[in-house]
Design a protein around this ligand. Structure first.
Ligand code: NAP
Length: 374
């Protein structure tokens, strides 16, 4: 399904990279103001200021929005994804660049956006994960290090700063509350999530990987449709996909398809990367759709909490048509979301007189079905 993101207008075409433009984008991307702060290049005045760098031509294809220059473009050259470059017995020592809480005060779970510097030594493709080894002893095997914990990478291969030297993780802080007293039980809190969310810039962390082929964004067809379903921090890989599709200037990947994100979170304070995602919606309305299920703020048609499967049901006709035309569908987040989604899809297939089992096995066979739930 093709969605054109280009407009046919008489314009000036930049024939070299404007480094000052790139720097200003990097600066504004660094903080939350990026979405409102992205510089909109005024082609008229840009032409007047640096006419020598533009050739004027009529009716050429020009992306509607300026994108960020990325490097090194040699990261596009590999034919296979990088896998297991660093293992648990010899992890890579990376450095924390920043840790930022990205949910509001009424979110029931804290989520942190954590940028790590790997100096370009841990390359990955969009949709892969890293392993993190928290410090200390494995409580189940005294004397041994902690087990590796896997986190989906939330940045594209170019990292948060578009130079291929960093990567980011989206980590939900796992805290346990005693159901009877309602008090937090520190002995049961998640060792790795708390370690990561409490880390400080400059801290060293042990990283393994990258891992996984299942969730890698297929890039063979730039006009493909991608339906992405997430609960909470499971949005991480999609942030990487969407940066590649809509934010980054990659000469060999001009996305003209459809990316459709369904995100389930507890409430509006729990929405993750919402500014960035809303900006894509504004800039690429023909190529991006974004539906939010706020479980504790919205009600489904039966009066219960609104979950992602309720949203899927709402758009089931379109989703089925897109799947029949070859769309990829991805699931990332809580394992518990899958039964609700499977039941919904099965029921809808039945209503249409189709067999969900047959459809599912076909989707899997065609490589359209991608799943990473925990
Ligand atoms: P969360 O805040 O616990 O939940 C997110 C949303 O999912 C909430 O709206 C929650 O609703 C809803 N939910 C709960 N049970 C559900 C169900 N059975 N069906 C559909 N929706 C349901 O999420 P989180 O703390 O971010 O955790 C997300 C999960 O993703 C974790 O298990 C994590 O391990 C996993 N994950 C993370 C990554 C990563 O790299 N960060 C990657 C892949 C998977 P309520 O209001 O009912 O709670």
């Amino acid at each position: 399904m093709a969605h054109c993101i280009f407009s046919q207008v008489p314009v000036g075409v930049p024939i070299s990279t404007d480094s000052s433009f790139r720097i200003s984008v990097l600066k504004t991307c660094h903080d939350k103001s990026w979405t409102s702060g992205i510089p909109v290049v005024n082609l008229k005045s840009e032409n007047a200021r640096s006419r020598s760098r533009f050739v004027v031509c009529m009716s050429v294809q020009q992306p509607r929005k300026p994108k960020v220059t990325v490097s090194p473009l040699t990261l596009e050259d590999a034919k296979e994804p990088p896998l297991h470059l660093y293992k648990s017995n010899e992890p890579y020592t990376a450095t924390i660049v920043s840790v930022e809480t990205i949910v509001g005060p009424t979110a029931p779970t804290e989520a942190c956006h954590i940028v790590i510097d790997h100096g370009g030594n841990l390359p990955h493709w969009e949709g892969q994960s890293y392993g993190i080894i928290p410090p200390g002893e494995n409580p189940k095997m005294p004397g041994s290090p902690q087990n590796v914990r896997h986190y989906a990478i939330a940045s594209s291969r170019y990292g948060d700063y578009f130079d291929g030297k960093t990567a980011s993780l989206c980590v939900g802080r796992v805290v346990y509350y005693d159901p009877e007293t309602g008090k937090e039980e520190p002995s049961k809190k998640g060792a790795c999530s708390n370690y990561l969310c409490d880390s400080k810039p400059g801290d060293k962390i042990q990283v393994t990987g990258p891992y996984g082929k299942m969730m890698i964004l297929p890039v063979d067809d730039p006009n493909a449709t991608h339906i992405m379903i997430a609960t909470g921090t499971g949005v991480a890989p999609y942030r990487g996909y969407l940066r590649r599709m809509f934010m980054e200037d990659i000469p060999t990947f001009r996305f003209g398809g459809l990316a459709w994100l369904f995100l389930g979170v507890a409430n509006s304070d729990s929405l993750l990367y919402d500014d960035e995602l809303s900006k894509y919606l504004q800039d690429y309305p023909d190529n991006f759709r974004y539906n939010r299920a706020l479980s504790r703020e919205q009600r489904n048609k039966s009066g219960g909490r609104m979950y992602v499967h309720d949203k899927i049901e709402e758009y089931s006709d379109e989703i089925f048509k897109l799947l029949d035309s070859g769309a990829h569908i991805y699931f990332c987040g809580l394992k518990g979301m899958m039964p609700g989604i499977q039941d919904t899809l099965e029921r809808i297939a039945k209503e249409k007189g189709e067999s969900w089992d047959e459809k599912l096995s076909q989707l899997k066979k065609n490589g359209q079905w991608h799943i990473a739930v925990y």
